[in-house]
Design a protein around this ligand. Structure first.
Ligand code: HEM
Length: 495
């Protein structure tokens, strides 16, 4: 009995010493930090993320929140967001943070974790060729709306749609027009595979977040979704890649109409890096994940704002009609739609797709300007939703003001910094700094084309008595609530 008491005593003492001398001890915790009790904090953070982060943000410059397998250190305020985004690579990296938070090798593939050619492909050729691919995006958005919504309309009756589902169908088509081109971007089986993969990857990430670090490597390989989806998608993608390899061999530089799409650019990137075809396929799957769930949620949130306040359509529509009349469906036209841009940016400020941004993992002790030392091997991030609702950054931050940014642009010579695509320490919906979302230039154009199309072709509202559904969260991932939105054909339909 005495021996057992001694063993328990040593065990408790060891835990207490470990807790007291943990390098993170001096960073205040939101919720209990004591061993075992910290799981209560983790449960609260998982289910009530926004409130937990806002509590920390209002109290401390730097604080920590418990996850099940580690602490996440969070910095408060625009200044520290800026500082975090500039921490040198030798101190903290974004890629290691993504590995930890998303468990890339199990939720996606080894190559996404170790040879991320998707980032260079998206940041480089995809973004540089936006002008060239723009007409295709417009064409696909128009065709996809006509197929998914237009075809269901009879006369001027209202029809009810589930926004997240329908937006993800349209976004997967428009994105894949640029990723893989026609006709595959309209193949329902292929689209179901990449859409299913996107949402399965989010589920896989959530499941792995429930296990301690030591278990992730054991559980991870048993999660089959990514391998299964990649195998099924390969049936469609591999022959396209092989055909292009053959044509390149045959025609080389003389191949005049070489497709300008993600597959071509990723193949070139893979060749430069000495990577096989499989890496191209896996990078395409990740590009689909990165594009589909983010843009579908963003579009759904903006639609909810429009359905909640249908009078908002009039000024937006007036702008879209005028600009399209003068400039057609062009990239230049999109840049001239300040009100639409502002509305989409405000929707993103208000809702976001994640409550944290600028994720980093330290590789050595890192001292911030306020003196806080973040120990090596710590996850650290900025609190995006709290930053976006901080009165130091925005007037009346809790009010949804659709033309907030258009008004700011009108008053500022450097107006470009208030456009949807621009990041700043106070606007981190796409992250900020070197590792900000590389797909945001593509996403912003795609979303604006979609919203402009909706404004010109449909009236939108909620059913009587239906209010905008509340967002919820799973850890820091923002999940839009569900409510059907009613659509009606606008008559007369514009030319
Ligand atoms: C409205 C739509 C989108 C939103 C809100 C969004 C948001 C984000 C955010 C917050 C990050 C993390 C940056 C950070 O916190 O430091 C990110 C990373 C990323 N995004 Fe997006 N994104 C969107 C669309 C897209 C699209 C369409 C693509 C691809 C074409 C894409 C590709 C990526 C990639 C590859 C990364 C990882 C970058 C890296 O590891 O360096 N995103 N995005």
């Amino acid at each position: 009995m005495e021996t057992l008491g001694a063993i328990i005593g040593v065990f408790v003492l060891t835990i207490l010493l470990k807790w007291r001398f943990d390098p993170l001890y001096s960073i205040p915790a939101i919720g209990p930090s004591f061993p075992v009790l910290s799981y209560i904090g983790a449960y609260r953070y998982c289910t009530n993320t926004r409130a937990v982060l806002e509590e920390g943000y209002s109290k401390y410059n730097v604080f920590k929140v418990a996850m099940l397998d580690q602490w996440l250190v969070v910095v408060s305020g625009a200044d520290l967001n800026e500082e975090l985004s500039k921490v040198p690579e030798s101190y903290a990296t974004s890629h290691k943070a993504a590995q930890d938070l998303s468990q890339l090798r199990y939720t996606f593939s080894e190559s996404v974790a170790d040879q991320p050619i998707h980032v260079t492909t998206i940041r480089g050729p995809l973004t540089k060729n936006l002008g060239i691919i723009f007409d295709d995006v417009v064409d696909e958005v128009h065709a996809a709306f006509a197929d998914t919504i237009g075809s269901k309309m009879q006369g001027d009756d209202w029809i009810s749609i589930a926004p997240m589902t329908v937006m993800s169908v349209i976004i997967s088509r428009a994105s894949n027009r640029v990723f893989v081109g026609l006709p595959l971007c309209r193949n329902e089986d292929y689209l179901n595979i990449v859409r299913g993969f996107t949402f399965d990857a989010l589920n896989a990430r959530f499941i792995l977040s429930l296990f301690p670090k030591s278990m992730k490597g054991i559980i991870g390989p048993f999660i089959p979704w990514a391998r299964r989806a990649t195998r099924k998608a390969s049936v469609y993608i591999r022959p396209i890649i092989e055909d292009r390899i053959n044509k390149l061999r045959e025609l080389g530089e003389k191949w005049a109409d070489k497709p300008k799409d993600y597959i071509t650019w990723a193949m070139e990137e893979a060749e430069r890096e000495g990577q096989p075809t499989q890496v191209v396929i896996e990078s395409l799957m990740f590009a689909n994940f990165a594009a589909i769930h983010t843009s579908s949620k963003s579009m759904t949130q903006a639609l909810y704002h429009l359905a909640e306040c249908p009078v908002l359509a009039a000024p937006l529509r007036e702008e879209v009609e005028e600009v399209i009349r003068d400039h057609g469906w062009t990239k230049v036209a999109m840049s001239k739609m300040w009100k639409l841009d502002s509305f989409m940016r405000e929707s993103q400020r208000f809702n976001g797709i994640t409550h944290i941004a600028i994720m980093r993992k330290t590789s050595q002790d890192t001292t911030l300007s306020d003196g806080t030392v973040i120990p090596a091997e710590t996850l650290v991030a900025g609190a995006s939703t709290a930053t976006h609702h901080d009165a130091r950054n925005y007037e009346n931050p809790t009010v949804f003001d659709p033309f907030r940014f258009a008004n700011m642009r009108a008053e500022d010579d450097a107006h470009i910094k208030h456009q949807f695509v621009s990041t700043s320490p106070g606007y981190v919906a796409f992250g900020h700094g070197k590792y900000a979302c590389p797909g945001r230039f593509f996403a912003v154009n795609e979303l604006k084309v979609m919203m402009a199309y909706i404004l010109l072709h449909y009236d939108v509202k909620f059913k009587p008595g239906q209010e905008r559904p509340e967002n919820s969260s799973r850890w820091h991932v923002v999940v839009p609530g569900h409510a059907d939105v009613l659509f009606k054909k606008r008559l007369p339909v514009p030319a």
